[in-house]
Design a protein around this ligand. Structure first.
Ligand SMILES: [Zn+2]
Length: 283
């Protein structure tokens, strides 16, 4: 069986996001068929029941967790149900509108797969690229968990991505700030300076001008301290404080291959013991 991938899912505007596991590519009518740890199922159950309290049972399919005693190996036993109240009259009562979600061998529960419109969450990188949640590093090289501290840092990355369109090995630039106007005066691949002349180097005036403009707009808006926060390192010159070395995001030649995916994370089996009551009502 295909490995599980840890991600996040939601029903946009209704519930979520929740931590979930999916088999990538396993879909129902274009929607995800996620699996959840029991503790996450409890969150989903609580949320659906709040929605039912607010809008009436017919407005939402409710989820429920009924806890039993631990099994002979001490693992928690629980019954996970979903109830589609709106079809009670039409379909003929409780057993017809109730679905039991059997846990998988990993101790995960399929709640709402093949009927709920679960969607995999996305995150938007500073480079404007929208990525599925489980793609932990954007194609531009930026990790999801290490996004820009200030707008100038985001602009710096965008300028870097702009330069890499023509020189994929670009790692850094020398930027001059003169009367508040940013201008790229040198581009580097590691320690090697890249020829920025229009006729002999990889760049053209339009691309360098585009990168200049991205930095100019961002420095116009920058607050004191933003240069430092964005990683702009002053270079010692006779015009101290006006020349900066800015480093663009790391990555293999500045970019990850387009099919880069994080390694799947094995799903943990919940070892949390259930509450010490022999019979607990559905929450
Ligand atoms: Zn990006």
């Amino acid at each position: 069986m295909q490995d599980l991938t840890a991600t996040r899912v939601s029903i946009p505007g209704v519930i979520g996001p929740y931590d979930a596991y999916v088999h990538l590519g396993d879909q129902w009518n274009g929607f995800a068929r996620p699996l959840f740890a029991l503790d996450t199922v409890r969150e989903i159950a609580a949320h659906t029941q709040i929605l039912a309290d607010e809008g009436g049972c017919n407005s939402v399919v409710t989820a429920h967790v009924i806890d039993g005693d631990p099994d002979s190996e001490g693992m928690p036993r629980a019954v996970v149900l979903t109830v589609n109240w709106q079809f009670w009259d039409q379909d003929g009562g409780a057993s017809k509108v109730t679905t039991v979600a059997e846990s998988t061998a990993e101790g995960l529960y399929p709640v709402g797969g093949s009927s709920w419109t679960w969607e995999i969450e996305t995150w938007t990188c500073a480079c404007q690229e929208s990525n599925p949640w489980h793609l932990a590093v954007c194609h531009c090289g930026q990790p999801r968990d290490r996004q820009p501290a200030v707008p100038l840092e985001a602009a710096t990355w965008t300028a870097g991505a702009t330069l890499r369109r023509l020189a994929p090995g670009t790692t850094a630039a020398l930027v001059e700030l003169l009367d508040g106007h940013a201008r790229i005066v040198g581009v580097f691949a590691g320690e090697t300076e890249i020829d920025t002349a229009d006729d002999t180097g990889p760049f053209d005036c339009e691309t360098l001008g585009e990168a200049d403009e991205i930095l100019r707009l961002a420095t116009d808006e920058a607050a004191p301290g933003d240069l430092d926060a964005a990683g702009w390192v002053p270079v010692e010159t006779e015009h101290a404080g006006r020349l900066f070395r800015v480093t663009f995001p790391a990555g293999e030649h500045g970019r990850y291959p387009l099919d880069y995916m994080p390694r799947p994370i094995p799903a943990p089996r919940s070892s949390q013991k259930p509450p010490g009551v022999p019979i607990q009502r559905a929450v």
